[in-house]
Design a protein around this ligand. Structure first.
Ligand code: NAP
Ligand code: MG
Length: 489
């Protein structure tokens, strides 16, 4: 195994107020490498009392050291952090690969995304501001608005893109002038802890970014905490609903980026050489553990059989293996629990009458048997009412459904409680525009899939959540607007 300095055999402690501290309970939990089921590191298990200490530290930093940082100071701090993340990209990338199984083959693009994200938000620190506004009241009254940071932000993230998720929460919060308590997922806490250290090295004062790994109870304590001003959450719809309920206690702001069951629509006139790998990697990338994965593959009937056959052949050729091997295209799923969940859906698909065109099982022999590997799976002849076509599996499993015309596919594409991603493959600009207009989803990708850019907003319709991450408006979700009225005569 590659040597990663951070994995030194010591218990990885919480990071509160710039110090490594054990959990008050003294408890730890195991972080497991999903490629072989072995222990990677023991991690201090934060709970409500640790969250409370972290929130207190974040409040002191918000009112103290961090409040003396003007916009340019915050910009420079984020730029220094970007440089450090760039310089430590191999280490951070390896931590995520070991912790959750995302192939190292994609480390270069992950690095680019993380660094570009930090630099984008660094720019926002000096460009988001209030306005002077002409009012129409009698007398001379000068009116303007001021943008002020909300305060202490609780960031709760899942395990499917740990470093990127942490940065996507921390960077806009810091650009706005907020302080943060980050609760990473129990399955992949390591890169968040290392990122917290790099924040200190970048000159971000102690207490501005606190990292408290733990289980759901730690997340719940953060969501309920009366001195937290906002929760920014990515994860399951079920937990998102709990967080919204918990927010009522002190009317804290909430943004939630939740699950999906995204339609990926292939018309008969599409460039099939692009659409086949596009449709396959829309679901197999990151072992299908992507909230906006193209998990419902709608194919126009005249090319349905041929196209499904080609996607199945692509799935069978995909190199599944040790994610630390640069030749590997698909690694394991994140945990034993997730493995059981995905394998359960493979059974459900068969029982409800879908036809297996590729995959359909765990890899249970050879070198991969000790890890949580699932064969890339294509279910054909799927009906809209089958569970595999309705529920988020969050694994490398695609449901292929035939469609007849635009009205049919837009209606069925939207017949879900979710609305996160969507894809369209066609050479017809008319098809592209009509379907892009008709789909109720936060992102529409035409002749591509899963493109992301810091300047583009990302988020959900319907039960995929609300709030947008990325884009110029994101930082404002961490700010209050104050209206000031000054009678001048
Ligand atoms: P999850 O349970 O929603 O977990 C997301 C985060 O919320 C984790 O940090 C989790 O902590 C924390 N959490 C759990 N219970 C909480 C509570 N009551 N209050 C506050 N925070 C709480 O998601 P998961 O267990 O990782 O995955 C389950 C399913 O969610 C997946 O199979 C998939 O369908 C969906 N999912 C969606 C996304 C997405 O990007 N939209 C990402 C991941 C998962 P612990 O993990 O430490 O308990
Ligand atoms: Mg792990």
């Amino acid at each position: 195994m590659m040597h990663v300095k951070f994995l030194d055999g010591q218990v990885k402690q919480l990071l509160i107020d710039g110090r490594h501290v054990p959990a008050r309970s003294g408890r730890c939990f195991d972080s497991i490498n999903p490629a072989n089921g072995k222990l990677l590191a023991q991690v201090a298990q934060g709970a409500a009392e640790d969250i409370d200490l972290a929130v207190q530290a974040a409040r002191r930093a918000f009112e103290g050291a961090w409040s003396t940082f003007n916009p340019y100071d915050r910009q420079m701090a984020l730029l220094r952090l970007a440089d450090l993340v760039d310089a430590h990209a191999d280490e951070l990338g390896a931590l995520d690969t070991l912790d959750m199984g995302g192939p190292v083959a994609y480390a270069a693009s992950r690095r680019q995304r993380a660094v570009a994200m930090l630099r984008y938000y660094a720019g926002q620190a000096t460009t988001v501001h209030g306005q002077t506004i002409d009012n129409s009241q009698p007398g001379d009254i000068f009116t303007y608005t001021v943008k002020e940071p909300l305060g202490v932000v609780g960031a709760i993230i899942p395990w499917n893109g740990p470093l990127f998720m942490a940065i996507w929460k921390i960077a806009p919060a810091l650009a706005a002038g907020c302080t943060v308590v980050l609760k990473p997922a129990e399955q992949a806490p390591l890169s968040s802890l290392r990122l917290g250290e790099l924040c200190l090295e970048a000159g971000i004062p102690p207490g501005v970014v606190n990292v408290v790994p733990g289980f759901g109870a730690a997340g719940a304590a953060l969501a309920e905490h009366p001195d937290v001003d906002k929760i920014t959450f990515t994860g399951s719809t079920e937990v998102g609903q709990k967080i919204i309920r918990a927010s009522a206690g002190n009317i804290k702001r909430v943004t939630v980026e939740l699950g999906g069951k995204s339609p990926n629509i292939v018309f008969a006139d599409a460039d099939l050489d692009a659409a086949v790998p596009g449709a396959a990697m829309a679901i197999f990338a990151n072992s299908g553990q992507v909230c906006s994965a193209g998990s419902r593959l709608f194919v126009e009937r005249p090319i349905y059989d041929e196209f499904v056959e080609k996607v199945a052949a692509f799935a069978n050729r995909l190199r599944v293996g040790d994610p630390m091997d640069p030749a590997t295209q698909m690694g394991p799923v994140v945990s034993h629990e997730q493995l059981e969940r995905v394998v359960g859906y493979l059974g459900v698909g068969r029982e409800q009458g879908a036809r297996l065109a590729a995959g359909g099982a765990r890899i249970s022999e050879g070198a991969l048997a000790a890890g949580y590997f699932v064969r890339p799976t294509v279910f054909a002849d799927v009906r809209d009412d089958m569970r595999i076509a309705r529920e988020e599996i969050f694994g490398p499993v695609v449901a292929a459904l035939p469609f007849d015309d635009i009205e049919d596919v837009v209606r069925r594409g939207n017949a879900t409680t979710f609305g996160l991603g969507s894809g369209i493959w066609t050479r017809s600009i008319g098809n592209a525009h009509r379907v892009a207009k008709g789909l109720k989803a936060g992102s529409v990708w035409v002749n591509c899939y899963q493109q992301m850019d810091p300047a583009m907003p990302f988020g959900g319709y319907k039960m995929s959540g609300y709030g947008r991450e990325g884009g110029a408006a994101h930082v404002e979700e961490f700010m209050n607007t104050k209206a000031v009225w000054i009678k001048t005569a």
